[in-house]
Design a protein around this ligand. Structure first.
Ligand SMILES: Nc1ncnc2c1ncn2[C@@H]1O[C@H](COP(=O)(O)OP(=O)(O)OP(=O)(O)O)[C@@H](O)[C@H]1O
Length: 247
């Protein structure tokens, strides 16, 4: 498993969000993630928390999609800012919106693109792409346009494409939001069987219980770090307490 180390990490609103015309700096330095230290080495880590609690921001730190405002994040000793290339060779990112990452018009072509670095022969690459699609039960979509797929179909194809690139860690931001129960169960089986280390955010508590470790965020702070059953309980408590506050 890869070793993620967060040292004195915090994230504040990026200066780029300041309004250049009004000079309004009121949005600057709003805390998105409060300072924290953390090490992650488990095979399956779930990230839970209410909307806007900081889950996606945390996940984006894992492969350098976002940089910390303070502190450092490293993966197997590679800094996610200074050595982002090495980090991205290790850590793949699956976006919530599959259209953020499907770049080729045809499903098969998109998977082939992910395989390009590892399989030079085009016939072998096509065969491998079809096998990868088949492993997730979507080989029948191979010749379809990504624009004509349903949301759930796109989410599964995006997963195949990301996995085909072969990184040893998969970071997945709410990977089953568009999936029905059958495909969610399929995704859970796939996640259980993959050799990759997987760090994923979800609002699906059944899915969350498959993890070896849970982190629960609230208001940009890690309010629970431990086994999944305790994480689910902490998240439920947090949400029911908010319901009461709102009355
Ligand atoms: N670039 C940014 N500029 C300003 N605010 C931001 C920026 N990125 C994130 N935020 C804010 O930080 C907070 C945390 O956002 P984040 O996307 O990490 O939440 P989340 O837990 O993933 O939420 P959800 O469950 O709704 O996806 C939110 O209030 C969001 O509006």
């Amino acid at each position: 498993m890869s070793h993620f180390r967060f040292s004195g990490v915090s994230v504040t609103t990026p200066a780029a969000m300041d309004s250049p015309t009004s000079g309004d700096t009121s949005v600057r330095d709003q805390v998105i993630l409060a300072p924290f230290d953390l090490e992650l080495t488990e095979a399956r880590v779930v990230v839970l928390g209410p909307n806007g609690s900081g889950k996606s921001t945390f996940l984006r730190l894992l492969n350098g999609l976002s940089a910390p405002s303070a502190g450092t994040v490293s993966v197997d000793g590679f800094d996610t800012v200074d050595a982002v290339r090495d980090v991205r060779q290790r850590v793949a990112f699956l976006f919530t919106d599959p259209m953020s990452q499907l770049v080729m018009p045809l499903v098969r072509e998109d998977v082939e693109l992910s395989l390009k670095a590892t399989i030079k022969n085009s016939a072998a690459r096509r065969e491998a792409a079809l096998a990868a699609l088949d492993s997730v039960g979507v080989a029948h979509l191979a010749e379809r346009s990504v624009y004509d797929l349903s949301g759930g179909e796109r989410q599964l194809v995006a997963l195949v494409s990301v996995l085909a690139a072969g990184q040893r860690v998969l970071v997945a931001d709410e990977p089953n939001t568009l999936l029905d129960l059958r495909n969610t169960n399929r995704l859970r089986r796939i996640f259980r069987s993959l050799p990759q280390q997987i760090i994923f955010a979800t609002h699906d508590l059944d899915f969350a219980q498959d993890a070896d470790r849970a982190l629960v965020f609230d208001g940009g702070k890690i309010v629970y770090d431990g086994a999944a059953p305790g994480g689910l309980a902490a998240y439920r408590d947090l949400c029911s307490a908010e319901d009461l506050d709102a009355r």
